[in-house]
Design a protein around this ligand. Sequence first.
Ligand code: C2E
Ligand code: MG
Ligand code: MG
Ligand code: MG
Length: 289
Amino acid sequence: TAKAEGRNRYHFYANDMSERAHLRMDIEQGLRRALATDSLLVHYQPRVDLADRRIVGVEALVRWLHPQRGIISPLSFISIAEECGIIEHLGRWVLQRACSEMLAVVRSRPPGETFHLAVNVSARQFLGVDFVAVVRSVLDETGFPASALELEITESTLQATERSLSILQALEALGVAISIDDFGTGYSSLSVLRDLPIKRIKIDRSFIIDLPTSENQRAVVEAIVALSKAMQMSITVEGIEHPAQAEILENLGCEEGQGYLFARPMPFAELLTLLASGLPARPSSGTTP
Ligand code: C2E
Ligand code: MG
Ligand code: MG
Ligand code: MG
């Protein structure tokens, strides 16, 4: 009957709620354990010069190697880590691991060639206690050059403007660069951006998904490129999956791209192999330099 069905649904719903709460606690405890037992991983996704397909840097992306569930995406635990405060510990761990793994890579690049390690920083971490001191001590401990480090923050992190500004300035003084991640998905005012020491804008994948066909998206990217040039910022476009997107973006004046078209995020050992061989030349260009 309908009544029974209703009751069942309610019951199921109640179960669902407690299951979700349970899962949350599970994740929180699991993360604490993972941090204590070193079962987090950092994968690296290459950043590519759109003109010649050289790998010009990598973004560090955390993964959790769960004993039962296998590799878990940050999308399912970063927000929980933020809410329960583990993010500061987790964020420091990622920074430390990425800097120590990438040190030899950065050192072995030919002189004059810039290579950047980008690390994501959440708002709570950025605005938390002594973030600048954490960055400074990781650089000291690992010997990683500050000039090769970029920290990715989102627009929402800049909401607390006065405090953000002093943190940004302290990081700039350290020699670390700042990028705005997922640009366009937040609400940062352009006048605020102009006054901040920001080196790079990362255009979110959602802005380029329909790029080959959408005049509208092309116009938006064009506007962002013009804006970034006016403010002396560089551009990295995220989530490039198709050659047509890469070509249009290059023609619109975007310098760098990141996406499955070039390479997926990968374990450190695979990155080393890829860096040794380089990416294949672009399919459309018949000649190699
Ligand atoms: P994000 O910083 O914007 O990173 C880009 C995300 O897009 C990554 O997802 C990457 O794997 C994915 N991606 C790259 N190329 C493509 C593509 O061509 N197509 C599609 N569909 N996706 C692509 P991932 O690794 O799952 O990370 C998700 C988000 O989790 C990151 O977004 C970032 O906000 C957060 N995150 C990852 N690692 C960390 C970390 O160490 N600390 C903090 N605070 N957040 C992190
Ligand atoms: Mg990022
Ligand atoms: Mg992003
Ligand atoms: Mg994104």
